[in-house]
Structures are given as structure tokens and as C-alpha cells.
Design a protein around this ligand. Structure first.
Ligand code: URA
Length: 232
């Protein structure tokens, strides 16, 4: 792989920045200073130093973000703030996209990656990846509502939802709901179908990956190796 491609793929520099850095002697490969940025390197074996910092090569990047209110799950939007706006500049060059969507006012776990194949796999309906949400709703859920939400309910467009798992707290106006699909506004529409209304929604897990409780709203971190394995 060319060293400029490598620097671009980890978000360290653009191609033209890499070329200028090489001309200034700011790129070293195995302790040898390069003068050109089109030199080929082995990202797995060679030690690459860019502006004094060791470059760690990863084919793909996976980020866990605790989404705050008011951000849309898109890569760019003419009017709205997007989840990408919460990441530092270097990540914006990596072609990251949100793996699935949360509504603008839904909070919590969203995974961003540039691994198109991996994202496609976890989002494919046939794989039934469970997603758990903390919810609050306007009216008390009656036993019959809980049963309908759990066993498949007909949405406003005629779609019948797949089985869900729902656990309510004391008072039955809040709880956790796990669904294995991701239709547009699905949980809000499920609650609307039992004449109720969601007033708070936060995703707390995606597959086996749980939202890191130490992340404040708007904060992010890369997935750990263990979480990456779970994602894949
Ligand atoms: N269901 C919804 O209604 N909204 C979300 O953001 C996620 C699931």
C-alpha cells in the first residue's frame, strides 16, 4: 500500500498533506526518512512515523457514540446537525456512516463504521440482531397492550411487527423493549398502535454490544477489540 493511501485511510492526512509532509521529511518508514509519498509500505510490518507519531493501521474503524437529542443519523444534512458532527476532524475523512438510524430525538447507542460489509450484515433483517431501548410512555401499559407489543402488532401501514421482548417497571409507564427489526419510527408506531405515546427513547444495546455507561451524551470512543468481534 502507498504510504499516502495509508495515512489517508487512518485519517492522519489527506493525499496532498502527505506529499507535503514527505517533502519536508516528516514521514519515516523503519527509521528511514522518505522524500516522496508514493512509496509502498507494508502496513502490517513496517513502522511508520508521521510527524513524530507512530501510525497504527486498521482496515476499518468502529465507533460507539452516545447520541444526544437533536442530531440526525446521517452523514450530512443541509439543515440538521448530524452524528458525524460529534466526531473530531480526523474521523471525518474515513468515510464513516451510522450503522442504522435513530430518530432525531432518540438518544443512546449508535455505532459508526466504514466497514460496509459488516454493517450490511448486522442490519440485514434476516439476521434478527436484537436492539434494546429504554422507554417512557405517556399512559400506563395494560397487560393486553404488553401482550400485543410482544406478540406482533399491526402498524399504521399494515405491517405486522415481529415478536418483541418487553419488560415494564413498576407503574408500567417505562421499561425496556427489545426488537429485532428496524422499521421507520418502529417503537413509536408500535406504541401508537396501542393508543399510547413514547415520551423518551434511548437505545441501550445493539446485538451484544451495550452502551458504555461512562460515555456522556455526545461522547464517543472506538469499540474495544472484544466489541469489534461481537460486531463482526
Ligand atoms: N424506534 C423508534 O421509534 N425510533 C428510533 O429512533 C428507534 C426505534
Amino acid at each position: 500500500m502507498r504510504v499516502d493511501k495509508l495515512l489517508t485511510s487512518v485519517g492522519a492526512a489527506s493525499r496532498s498533506e502527505a506529499a507535503k509532509a514527505a517533502a519536508r521529511g516528516e514521514i519515516k518508514v523503519n527509521n528511514v526518512t522518505l522524500r516522496r509519498s508514493d512509496v509502498h509500505v507494508d502496513p502490517e510490518r513496517d513502522e511508520i512515523i508521521y510527524k513524530g507519531e507512530k501510525i497504527v493501521y486498521k482496515e476499518f474503524v468502529y465507533i460507539m457514540l452516545n447520541k444526544p437529542d437533536g442530531y440526525v443519523s446521517a452523514t450530512d444534512d443541509p439543515q440538521e446537525k448530524t452524528v458525524l458532527d460529534l466526531l473530531p476532524e480526523k474521523y471525518k475523512r474515513l468515510g464513516l456512516f451510522p450503522c442504522g438510524r435513530l430518530d432525531k430525538n432518540t438518544l443512546g447507542l449508535i455505532i459508526l463504521t466504514n466497514d460496509g460489509t459488516g454493517a450490511h450484515r448486522v442490519l440485514a433483517p434476516k439476521n434478527h440482531v436484537p436492539k434494546t431501548y429504554r422507554f417512557e410512555c405517556e399512559c400506563k401499559l395494560e397487560d393486553k397492550d404488553i401482550e400485543m407489543l410482544a406478540n406482533g402488532i399491526t402498524l399504521d401501514d399494515g405491517y405486522v411487527t415481529k415478536d418483541a421482548v418487553i419488560k415494564t417497571d413498576d407503574g408500567a409507564k417505562s421499561g425496556d423493549i427489545t426488537i429485532t427489526e428496524g422499521k421507520y419510527h418502529q417503537i413509536k408506531r408500535m406504541f401508537a398502535a396501542v393508543n399510547n405515546r413514547i415520551t423518551y427513547l434511548e437505545r441501550v444495546s445493539f446485538g451484544d454490544i451495550a452502551l458504555d455507561g461512562s460515555l456522556e451524551r455526545g461522547e464517543w470512543r472506538e469499540l474495544t477489540q472484544q466489541e469489534e468481534k461481537l460486531f463482526k
